[in-house]
Design a protein around this ligand. Sequence first.
Ligand SMILES: CC(C)(COP(=O)(O)OP(=O)(O)OC[C@H]1O[C@@H](n2cnc3c(N)ncnc32)[C@H](O)[C@@H]1OP(=O)(O)O)[C@@H](O)C(=O)NCCC(=O)NCCS
Length: 189
Amino acid sequence: MTPWYPIETDRLLLRDFRLEDEGHIYDYASDPEVVRFADWGPSDLSTVRSNLHRRLEDQERWPRDSIEVAVELRSNSYLIGIMRITVLDHTNRTADFGYTFNRRYWAKGYATEGTRALLHLAFSNLSLHRVWATCDVRNIASFRVMEKLGIRREGLFKRARACRWISLPPGRPASTLEPGKRRYKKATT
Ligand SMILES: CC(C)(COP(=O)(O)OP(=O)(O)OC[C@H]1O[C@@H](n2cnc3c(N)ncnc32)[C@H](O)[C@@H]1OP(=O)(O)O)[C@@H](O)C(=O)NCCC(=O)NCCS
């Protein structure tokens, strides 16, 4: 049995991770703007490295319920993000999904294009019955992606996730945040 990916879309390649992806992943995972609605990050290089090794190990198993794919831009072979789909309930054939993209590549339709391909796979190859996702109510971009994909809003969960909001003062560089924390480093001067 072989995996149902890699998948090519017009502009993207959804594929397995590689060791050499480390720098590209660090590029988005260390960006506080990218993780402001997430329950992880901003990540330092060692966290990125250990997560990548975990993904490389996971990729050795097939089939598996949770699949993370690297999203590569076909025009320049840059890894611009990651997408995940996780089968949560085999009896009811349901899964949830998520996505994170490099800020330099936002608002170009990439998340919508990649997720559209993933959802197509979910309902065809994986024969799923229901696929869903959640986002923070302040995460307009994520909400908009789902809206463009025709995903129906079903409810508002209060305090459902340990999502931490990062507010970055203008001009405050990511390097002044402590890795993995929502705390600024003490000034050294
Ligand atoms: C959510 C995310 C994956 C979207 O990726 P993307 O490639 O920019 O998505 P798309 O370009 O396909 O669509 C984004 C849509 O949101 C819109 N949008 C983004 N920010 C917006 C804002 N502040 N106000 C109004 N619309 C906004 C874009 O204009 C676009 O809509 P349009 O095509 O109608 O113009 C990306 O913003 C991201 O990685 N965010 C950080 C991680 C994250 O929050 N992941 C989701 C957790 S639930």
